[in-house]
Design a protein around this ligand. Structure first.
Ligand code: COA
Ligand code: MG
Length: 294
């Protein structure tokens, strides 16, 4: 399955220090779990979190979810131990927080190679510092020469750095959100929207998922199991989109349209670029269908 076909609609953070959450995580139906050693874990329990995450990865509970680990930043006292212990246990990849430049990723990628990390181990960069947004193209370009496979927006850290209030329209974050999607798209890698903090506000969550979808994100970062089903639904192709896509494919395949560049389908002007898009949508839907339920 190619990178962008891997469904990453729901990316759930699971604090490594929370044994109950770790116990439940594999069966929740998220496309991806980010086992967190960083911001969700207090300094006093960093070592405990690391050993609980290691135990989880060693047991590797069977699940349809991919297992990522968010390590502490390179300038923290926990980074070297996080890397040494976690890489051996072959998670799907590492989430690297507070990236500020391409050099950060180069250094980490070299370190992973020195530790003997498997080539397929992915690196996801958190875009959560203003300097990362300003250097977003050079960061995304690292996907050509490193394990970088996805950009994950850290909206809480960005709001803190910018000292902004985040309302429903996310005005102050729009440049960061949109630049991240553009850069990811230009280099063919994944882009995941940030978290929605108000667990009790289901309507607010839904509307922020739709906003992320409209901006072009492939999925959303989540903090609570109650957010998974909605994210999986919103970031999957809708039934009417699939029907439209199949109609476009069928129309271009019909003998009278052979060799035509532009046709009319259901009253709409439809070009071959729409055919490509329709095929991609069907492929994405098939990829989602092929995920085994827990
Ligand atoms: N992953 C897996 N399970 C989780 C979970 C998560 N992120 N968040 C909650 N759960 C589990 C709880 O353990 C609980 O299980 P139980 O009822 O079987 O004991 C159940 O879901 C309901 O949880 P609830 O009581 O509603 O929430 P809480 O008060 O225990 O926790 C938070 C609320 C916000 C502290 C918690 O959801 C959390 O830590 N989320 C992740 C935060 C994070 O990682 N932040 C960093 C990235 S921004
Ligand atoms: Mg952060």
């Amino acid at each position: 399955m190619s990178e962008l076909l891997k469904p990453r609609r729901s990316v759930l953070y699971v604090p490594g220090s929370n044994s109950r959450a770790l116990q439940k995580a594999a069966g929740l139906g998220a496309d991806c779990l980010v086992l967190d050693l960083e911001d969700a874990v207090a300094p006093e329990v960093k070592a405990k979190a690391r050993s609980q995450v290691s135990a989880f990865l060693s047991q590797r509970p069977s699940s349809r979810s991919e297992y990522m680990v968010r390590v502490n930043g390179a300038d923290t006292p926990w980074f070297a131990d996080d890397l040494a212990e976690v890489v051996e246990l072959s998670p799907s990849g590492l989430v690297f927080p507070k990236v500020s430049s391409a050099e950060d990723l180069r250094a980490l990628d070299d370190e992973l190679s020195a530790l003997g990390a498997a080539p397929e181990l992915e690196l996801w960069a958190m875009i959560e510092l203003p300097e990362a947004v300003l250097r977003i193209q050079e960061i995304a370009a690292m996907s050509r020469s490193s394990r970088l496979a996805c950009l994950l927006v850290g909206t809480n850290d960005l709001a803190k750095e910018l000292s902004i209030r985040v309302g429903p329209e996310r005005k102050g974050l729009l440049t960061a959100l949109s630049s991240t999607v553009l850069a990811a798209c230009a280099y063919g890698i994944g882009a995941i929207d940030g978290v929605f903090n108000d667990i009790s506000d289901a309507d607010g969550f839904e509307s922020e998922c739709l906003d992320g979808l409209d901006l072009g994100f492939h999925g959303k970062s989540l903090i609570h199991p109650s957010q998974i089903t909605k994210a999986n639904q919103i970031f999957a192709p809708a039934e009417h989109e699939l029907e439209e896509a199949k109609a476009i494919i069928a129309a271009f395949e019909s003998p009278e349209n052979l060799g035509k560049g532009v046709i009319v389908v259901n009253g709409k002007m439809t070009e071959r670029l729409h055919l490509e898009r329709a095929r991609a949508l069907v492929a994405k839907s098939d990829a989602i269908d092929s995920l085994a339920e827990p």
